[in-house]
Write a protein of this length. Structure first.
Length: 126
């Protein structure tokens, strides 16, 4: 295992949680293994592993970028990750309000809906 892959897996587990990563690893096949290695090395082992900005800030940026680009399917996963990165619900709302102003109200509105649903699920799970 490369250093970036090892570092990426450690950061991925710290941010997303062992249960999430274990499920993703169990679902990995020969077909998508190269893609899983790519994202673990680049997104987690290079970008998220860098300490130039905090994981809290990375969570806020990631959520804003997902919403702004209409990649809504990963928003719930990253909302859940906020419990491990220190980004509060207020931080998330600020990031999504930036999306409304700079990328469009409909995108922010949908992301807020997903965030509210995810926070409600998380509360019910406690």
């Amino acid at each position: 295992m490369s250093d970036r892959l090892s570092a990426g897996m450690a950061v991925r587990r710290a941010v997303l949680g062992d249960a999430h990563v274990d499920r993703a690893e169990a679902a990995k096949t020969e077909f998508d293994a190269p893609f899983q290695t790519l994202i673990t090395e680049t997104a987690w082992g290079t970008l998220w592993a860098d300490d130039t900005i905090s994981r809290r800030e990375r969570s806020m940026l990631t959520l804003a970028l997902l919403a702004a680009t209409g990649n809504f399917e990963e928003i719930p996963m990253h909302i859940r990750a906020c419990t491990n990165t220190g980004a509060s619900a207020q931080d998330v709302m600020q990031a999504l309000m930036h999306v409304a102003v700079y990328a469009g109200v409909p995108k922010a509105n949908h992301a807020i809906k997903l965030a509210k649903q995810t926070y409600a699920e998380m509360e019910a799970e406690r």
